[in-house]
Design a protein around this ligand. Structure first.
Ligand SMILES: [Zn+2]
Length: 88
């Protein structure tokens, strides 16, 4: 994500709610800035779509990583089994 959204990211980080959607939560820092007019609604909208996309990508990457680790574990077990067989 570019620094074009640095201010929104900062607001989101300073939001007192964890897992805040920054939409309807009363007291949300991002929403507050928008209501005060310091944050442009259009920019907030594009930031939301970008961060949603990033989250999807992050989830995909996490899934791939888990998958890789599982496969690696399988390989190690196979290796250990062959070693045991070799000992006989
Ligand atoms: Zn928020």
């Amino acid at each position: 994500m570019g620094s074009a959204f640095a201010d929104i990211m900062e607001l989101a980080a300073s939001c007192r709610f964890r897992d805040c959607n920054h939409e309807r939560e009363p007291g949300c820092a991002v929403r507050g800035a928008m209501e005060m007019g310091t944050l442009d609604a259009k920019r907030l909208k594009s930031w939301r779509s970008i961060s949603a996309e990033m989250e999807r990508e992050a989830k995909k990457a996490e899934f791939r990583l888990n998958h890789l680790q599982r496969n690696e574990g399988k390989e190690k077990r196979k290796e250990a089994m062959t070693r045991e067989i070799d000992n006989y």
